[in-house]
Design a protein around this ligand. Structure first.
Ligand code: AMP
Length: 310
């Protein structure tokens, strides 16, 4: 694996995977995926991401090149003995719900990265969905970060509530979907859920909560403020895998490029993230994210502007 040293602006920690995906429109096998892959590729159009993840011996140069072509820093990509994390998912007619067919953690099971000195100084970081104790260990290695974002899932909400509570106090933003927000807060109503979840976050941090609602868009909360953004209307949704992670990548990438923590800037970062998610779903795996341009992204952001202005 050819590694090039550099200092990233955004550290992305998560899974790199081989995905088997089935949707009503086709199938793809052993496609490059994983949360860190989608987040890094989406962020690469705004900032310089550094990926921290583990892969197995079946991970080849051609897979590294997909990330290197987008100038993703691979200094933190470790190759371990064994197989790369593999995941299979199936979507039915309603693309908002999916069934997990298999999860083979493989080398990801013992993923416990030791950040390099350069990575410890990265000002922005996003942690993909893993064990909250692992997330705590990683965040603790960061030296005075400006902004840390976090993803989690139902499994950790149910199995490790204590550790999840601890990690929530260490981050500026939580990005979860509506069912996870309901489960975490034990509230059906999303406004009440947001209030409760904000209460679990540290007072001295930014306390942003982003609730993703699939094709219906998202809700952004901070204190008493709310912003609602629809999903971009598309006729050609092919594969929703990675949409949430692409959103996180666009959101964090935009934020790290602007270094502006105003409410207006958070709203714009949400639009950038939603634009990246809308591209992601238009083809299988990371296909569209590999071949975008700033012009296409700006046009889609403009599309959001037309869609929501009245
Ligand atoms: P999303 O559609 O945004 O939820 O992200 C899908 C990606 O998450 C796929 O590429 C999977 O490889 C990856 N993934 C699925 N399950 C897990 C898990 N338990 N831990 C880490 N990554 C996962």
């Amino acid at each position: 694996m050819n590694k090039k040293s550099s200092t990233p602006s955004l550290l992305v920690i998560g899974s790199v995977a081989f995905d088997d995906i089935e949707t009503p429109f086709g199938k793809s096998k052993k496609t490059l995926g994983g949360s860190a892959t989608y987040i890094s590729l989406a962020a690469s159009y705004f900032t310089k991401p550094g990926l921290v993840a583990v892969v197995g011996e079946d991970f080849k140069q051609q897979h590294c090149e997909i990330l290197q072509n987008r100038k993703v820093d691979l200094m933190g990509l470790e190759m371990a003995k064994g197989k790369t994390f593999a995941w299979g998912g199936k979507y039915h007619f309603d693309l908002n719900t999916r069934e997990t067919l298999f999860t083979h953690l493989n080398v990801f099971e013992n993923f416990s990265p030791e950040l390099s000195p350069a990575h410890r100084n990265t000002p922005y970081a996003f942690l993909g969905n893993t064990h909250p104790a692992q997330q705590i260990r990683i965040i603790s290695q960061l030296k005075n970060p400006k902004f840390v974002g976090l993803d989690t899932m139902n499994y950790w909400i149910e199995k490790t509530p204590k550790e999840l509570g601890q990690v929530l106090k260490m981050v500026d933003a939580l990005v979860i979907n509506d069912s996870e927000a309901r489960e975490l807060s034990k509230e059906h109503n999303l406004l009440k859920a947001a209030k409760k979840i904000s209460g679990l976050m540290h007072q001295s941090r930014k306390r942003l909560l982003i609730i993703k609602r699939g094709e219906y868009g998202l809700l952004l909360f901070q204190g008493g403020k709310i912003f609602h953004l629809p999903g971009f209307p598309l006729e050609d949704v092919v594969d929703p895998t990675g949409a949430g992670d692409s959103f996180a990548g666009g959101f964090m990438g935009h934020l790290s490029a602007k270094s502006d923590f105003s409410w207006d800037s958070f709203k714009k970062a949400c639009v950038a993230g939603s634009a990246m998610a809308s591209f992601c779903v238009q083809d299988f795996g990371t296909q569209t994210l590999q071949n975008l341009s700033r012009t296409k992204i700006s046009q889609r952001i403009q599309g959001f502007r037309h869609l929501t202005r009245f």
